[in-house]
Write a protein of this length. Structure first.
Length: 150
């Protein structure tokens, strides 16, 4: 019984490979999942507090009417806290708490927000002079990076 089952499988495999070779059957190959990389810059412009600050990238506790924090450098968010007296979430840790972003760099720049402090894993990004709600890293963010354009 096993021998016949093995022969039957071998025959089916030969037929399938022949059909693939002749172009009548397309092989299905599972690809490795890609890391999520999402453009979140749906809103043209920069949030007012960020625009009137010295910072190029600003993160917000939830929306643009809540506490905020800003930076001009690339790095992890450990130790960073939303500025005091700036709304709901003031004084809270920025890491794993940001919900929105504003990129106040030039329009040829790109701001990145990553899940991992090593700038890997799910990442949200937006061009300069744009803002939006985080998707891949909503309340799950550990690092920022600014790629300054011309």
């Amino acid at each position: 019984m096993t021998l016949n089952g093995t022969r039957g499988f071998a025959r089916a495999l030969i037929v399938a490979l022949s059909l693939v070779t002749m172009g009548f059957l397309t092989p299905v190959v599972a690809a490795a999942p890609a890391q999520a990389l999402t453009d979140v810059g749906a809103i043209l412009g920069v949030e007012t507090r960020c625009d009137n600050s010295p910072y190029s990238l600003c993160l917000y506790y939830k929306g643009f009417d809540t506490a905020w924090w800003g930076t001009n450098t690339t790095g992890g968010l450990g130790g960073a806290r939303f500025f005091a007296n700036t709304g709901e979430g003031s004084g809270q840790a920025v890491i794993f708490n940001a919900g929105s972003v504003s990129c106040d760099a030039s329009s040829t720049s790109i701001c990145y927000i990553s899940y991992n402090s090593g700038h890997s894993g799910p990442t949200d990004w937006l061009y300069g002079q744009r803002m939006g709600r985080l998707v891949e890293t909503y309340k799950a963010n550990a690092a920022v990076r600014i790629s300054f354009g011309a």
